[in-house]
Design a protein around this ligand. Structure first.
Ligand code: G6P
Length: 367
């Protein structure tokens, strides 16, 4: 199938803007929009009989796993381990045989993820592939598949596949909670009706392109950028830093905001912009304290928050990018689009090769 850029300058921009549609597609496969209940999927798996979840992936897909860990712990009370495939394949992990191992990959061809999948053959209860390419090697080798439904992704830096992976993993976490009796039917409807609001919220975020370009102008001359989050927004901060590094070649780090004082705060001065993913959730007040520590050392703060959060930031230093409020657990999916647009606009301002960044490949099929 030949894919073109349409009206966009880069595939990455096109793929970022496709997300309301690609997520709608993913949701249609997993959620009944009338009843706000899960459609049948992975029917052979009963999470009540599972004692641990292993989430294995590389790159951006690994950060999707990291976010899903929070959901699975929260909704299903399951122990979860998130593994980098290139490490996992060589480890002697203690297994009970009652684990479900989930391998997440856009391409389904990443050599390390495939090797990790093979490493667990006949050693765990279930091996599930969450993939964008249903004919891929990882899809073929796994016993169960969940399709991301993102459509072809050409830009090397993953965007719509990442948010699609998150939708699949969110549905999976709700399913796990239902089967284990920790998510009621009312909870299911609440979680899923909020999940189905994401395409509309993301459309609104895409309309903030001008404001996000202004943030990008603020970052373009930086040598280092820090991204902070707490709770489920922490792994999103890791993904935001990866995105910026990949395509703009600016050194960036994602940090759990509470960990700032254990090292990275030493880096803070006026030359280091600090982007804080701060939805108005249970961690908001703590994040504000962390932000104040940054401001006290001359750091330049950029807050990404919702209207409720923005109203509480009036007396706090830094600029504020206001995005629509998403359900707390799903906020990383909405904020991911902000992170993608920030990286994209910084790269465009720097004039890098956005779709084919130096030294990187779309799919790494060698060890
Ligand atoms: C490469 C790509 C990344 C991607 C990673 C994992 O490094 O440049 O964008 O996240 O591989 O790829 P996968 O296809 O397994 O998701």
């Amino acid at each position: 199938m030949s894919v073109d850029k349409g009206p966009y300058q880069h595939f990455m921009a096109k793929e970022i803007h496709e997300q309301p549609d690609s997520l709608r597609r993913a949701l249609l496969g997993l959620v009944d929009h009338h009843s706000c209940k899960l459609k049948p999927f992975l029917e052979e798996i009963d999470f009540a009989g599972v004692d641990r979840v292993l989430l294995v992936a590389c790159g951006t897909a690994h950060y999707a796993c990291h976010i899903a860990k929070y959901w699975l712990e929260d909704f299903a009370g399951l122990p979860v381990e998130v593994e980098i495939a290139s490490e996992f394949r060589y480890r002697n992990v203690a297994l009970s045989g009652r684990e479900i191992a989930i391998f997440v990959s856009q391409s389904g061809e990443t050599a390390d993820t495939l090797a990790a999948l093979n490493h667990l053959r006949n050693r765990v209860a279930h091996r599930v592939a969450v993939v964008n390419v249903p004919t891929s090697s990882i899809a073929r080798e796994a016993e169960h598949i969940v399709e991301i439904q993102a459509g072809p992704e050409i830009g090397v830096a993953s965007t719509k596949a990442f948010t699609g992976q998150l939708i699949c993993l969110a549905a999976l976490a709700v399913k796990a909670g239902l089967q284990r009796g920790t998510v009621s039917q009312a909870d299911e409807q609440n979680l899923l009706s909020n999940l189905t609001m994401l395409p509309r919220q993301i459309t609104e975020i895409l309309a903030l392109d001008g404001a996000i370009q202004a943030v990008a102008k603020d970052l373009v001359d930086a040598g280092d950028v820090l991204f902070l989050g707490r709770g489920v927004m922490y792994p999103l901060a890791l993904e935001a830093a990866l995105k910026l590094k990949e395509i703009s070649y600016i050194h960036a780090e994602g940090y759990a905001a509470g960990e700032l004082k254990h090292g990275p705060i030493a880096l803070i001065d006026q030359s280091v912009p600090v982007v804080v993913f701060a939805p108005s959730d249970e961690h908001f007040e703590k994040l504000v304290s962390n932000g104040k520590e940054v401001a006290a050392r001359g750091g330049r703060l950029i807050w990404v928050t919702d209207p409720k959060g923005a109203s509480k930031l009036k007396d706090v230093e830094g600029s504020v990018l206001k995005v629509p409020e998403a359900w707390d657990a799903w906020a990383p999916i909405a904020h991911a689009v902000v992170a993608q647009l920030i990286a994209y606009h910084v790269a465009v301002l720097k004039g890098t090769d956005v779709d084919q960044p130096r030294n990187l490949a779309k799919s790494v099929t060698v060890e």
